[in-house]
Design a protein around this ligand. Structure first.
Ligand code: SF4
Length: 353
């Protein structure tokens, strides 16, 4: 933890910087950054900004306020109308939660938002971040507001080495040191503006930063390393052999079992995708007769990487019906339809003999 006098001095410096350089956003009174704001407006902006940039959300915010200036107006709106106006913002679950919350506030609270963090947290769609942000920005309460941007600033200020999410408790403790009743609503907004303007993910502008004196990462000269990323572990590798059985202008495709990877889709018949590489003698040939080894390709699934060899069999038209009778899950498909296969199988067609 940092010295209290240092925190107090740097806090004032950042608020001064915010007064001079903070962003003019539609949900802030232009040029006025002190004092509380309408909780409806703060909440609306926070919901719209989830997974959305400021530039993209701003016109929607203006439009919603024109159409529904109060939470009571929004609560009385038709679902279909609200969803239609939300179109283009994405993540439609947010719009549904917005309406559900507006109706609870209108029905159970007479159109007045609860004025404390715990009361806000009980509303539909309010998580810890939104409740803290509305409590601080709208009601001027000393709430510990932490979003991804504030996390970045805190991991740098304290050079927190534990990667996120495991390091979140340390971030919360660090951020709490700066929470105060003094300009409680301006503080998280000042931190967010610092994160957007100076403490950027790449190439932070530390020389302009009002917190520089107390920043451990700046002192160490490796600010950009924070927040520390979890080292990616190599994906496990599996090995397979796909059988490309062709006749004339068609090939055999297999309908995969409904359960499991690529369930219910068409693929090529193949040997099991297993951890050890296949040796030729281990493989049960699906068709009698000679084959061409077309080589192999790589494909990466979410949970493993696959090295797949491809064996090509050319069979006579007259043998195809016999093969289809033997294998219920097999189909004879025109070569032109190979585009319908998942990528992991389409790659087999790119190999040349
Ligand atoms: Fe971020 Fe640099 Fe300021 Fe530290 S000194 S808070 S790393 S901008």
């Amino acid at each position: 933890m940092k010295d209290e006098a240092l925190v107090s001095r740097l806090r004032s410096q950042l608020l001064d910087w915010y007064d001079a350089h903070g962003r003019d956003l539609p949900w802030r009174e232009k040029g006025v950054r002190r004092g509380g704001s309408d909780p409806y407006r703060v909440w609306l902006s926070e919901v719209m900004l989830q997974q959305t940039t400021v530039a993209h959300a701003a016109p929607y915010y203006d439009k919603f306020l024109r159409l529904w200036p109060t939470v009571g107006d929004l609560a009385a709106a038709e679902d279909g109308c609200v969803m239609a106006e939300w179109a283009g913002l994405g993540y439609y679950a947010r719009a549904r939660r917005l309406l559900a919350c507006a109706r609870v506030v209108a029905r159970d609270f007479g159109g007045v938002f609860p004025a404390d963090e715990a009361g806000l947290l009980a509303l539909p769609g309010f998580g810890p971040y939104t409740a803290a942000a509305v409590a601080a920005i709208a009601f001027g309460q000393a709430a510990n507001v932490i979003d991804g941007n504030i996390e970045r600033v805190m991991t740098r200020l304290y050079a927190i080495e534990t990667p996120l999410p495991a390091g979140r408790m340390a971030v919360r403790e660090a951020a709490a040191q700066w929470v105060s009743n003094e300009r409680a609503g301006d503080w998280p907004q000042a931190l967010m503006d610092l994160a957007a303007g100076l403490c950027r993910p790449k190439a932070p502008l530390c020389l302009l930063c009002p917190l520089q004196e107390g920043c451990d990462a700046f002192r160490r000269g490796d600010a950009e390393r924070f927040p520390v990323k979890v080292a990616r572990t190599a994906k496990p590798r599996r090995h397979g052999v796909a059988f490309l059985i062709t006749s004339g202008d068609g090939f055999i495709a297999e309908r995969r079992p409904d359960n499991g990877l690529l369930g219910g889709m068409l693929g090529l018949p193949h040997a099991e995708w297993r951890a050890e590489p296949w040796r030729d003698g281990d493989i049960m040939p699906p068709v009698d007769g000679p084959f061409e080894d077309l080589g192999s390709y790589e494909h990466v699934f979410t949970h493993f990487a696959l090295s797949q060899s491809v064996w090509r069999y050319r069979v006579a038209d007259s043998d195809i019906q016999a093969l289809l009778r033997l294998h219920n899950s097999w189909r004879f498909v025109p070569l032109a339809d190979q585009a319908a296969l998942p990528t992991v199988f389409r790659k087999a067609f790119a190999l040349k003999p």
